[in-house]
Design a binder for this molecule. Structure first.
Ligand SMILES: [Zn+2]
Ligand SMILES: [Zn+2]
Length: 289
């Protein structure tokens, strides 16, 4: 199988184009694997969004909430991500989703495991792990759910690093009722309305009283994580935590009432904080679509 994959995959790095020293099943060079953009600085204690205001002495746990979480507390306890959805991370996720580069799920799944491990101290010792599902039409088109692929690899890694943590993959817990991929050009508010009631729990007895870890590849506006968490909580889940591979930094909307219209909570000044609207709102950037 390995020999076959080698023959089919290019001998240069998919992300940076540099030649690979040896044939590999994953056409991403060692250098690229170490240079995925990570999030730094103060972040919201609930959703993990970057906060602009320095609030606490270093070493202290973040206790501040971003504006979105203050105005409308999310149905999940806490959301964590490994890194930022830009540069190599963005290219690697695109390679996985759109070029069906399955071997990339191995490396990315390890990163997801690191994101999940951030929750080890506070999350319950036993959780159902639920990948955000694709709508069946999207699933049929892509042939696989990248959130599930990533979750599978991450759980395998966590069984070794955190053997006492009982995480059980429960992929069929959530169902996506509507195809909501056409979010391009929508404001954050419209996106929330678009994904509202997009999810259901076919068998509520499977989640009643259980703690749930929701998994997705990208956290954009949080609308998907909120909608999916809401469905789980309504079905009786005791708590929902969220772990994603990468977080998109948002361009702030000027419209009143939008979640991300406040400049005070998010670092809009640093160049790294600016994501092109065309990129952020293209349907390809949507989590799970
Ligand atoms: Zn590379
Ligand atoms: Zn927040």
């Amino acid at each position: 199988m390995d020999a076959l994959s080698c023959a089919l995959l290019p001998a240069s790095c998919t992300l940076c184009g540099s030649p690979l020293p040896q044939l590999s099943t994953v056409p991403i060079c060692d250098c690229c694997w170490t240079e995925f953009p990570v999030q730094s600085g103060p972040s919201c204690a609930r959703c993990g969004d970057t906060l602009a205001m320095p609030m606490l002495a270093s070493g202290e746990a973040p206790t501040e909430l971003c504006r979105a979480c203050r105005l409308a507390p999310p149905p999940f306890v806490r959301a964590v991500a490994f890194g930022l959805y830009q540069d190599r991370m963005k290219a690697a996720i695109h390679a996985l989703k759109y070029d069906r580069l399955h071997p990339a799920a191995q490396g990315l799944g390890q990163m997801l495991a690191q994101a999940i491990a951030q929750l080890a101290a506070e999350a319950p010792s036993e959780m159902l792990v639920v990948p955000v599902p694709l709508h069946r039409s999207k699933h049929a088109e892509r042939g696989f759910n990248q959130a599930r692929s990533l979750a599978t690899v991450a759980l395998e890694a966590l069984r070794k690093t955190h053997p006492e943590w009982r995480l059980k993959l429960a992929s069929s817990t959530l169902m996506r009722l509507r195809a909501t991929e056409s979010q391009a050009g929508l404001t954050p508010r419209q996106r929330r309305l678009n994904v509202r009631a997009a999810f259901s729990v076919p068998d509520p007895t499977a989640v009643a009283g259980k703690h749930v870890l929701l998994i997705d590849d990208i956290f954009t506006t949080g609308a998907t994580a909120r909608a999916a968490s809401q469905a789980l909580v309504r079905a009786g889940a005791a708590s929902v935590f969220v772990a994603t591979l990468a977080r998109a930094r948002l361009v702030h909307e000027s419209s009143r009432g939008a979640f991300f219209d406040g400049a005070e909570d998010n670092s809009t000044n640093s160049p790294a904080a600016t994501v092109q609207p065309a990129s952020i709102y293209s349907s390809q950037d949507q989590p799970s679509f």
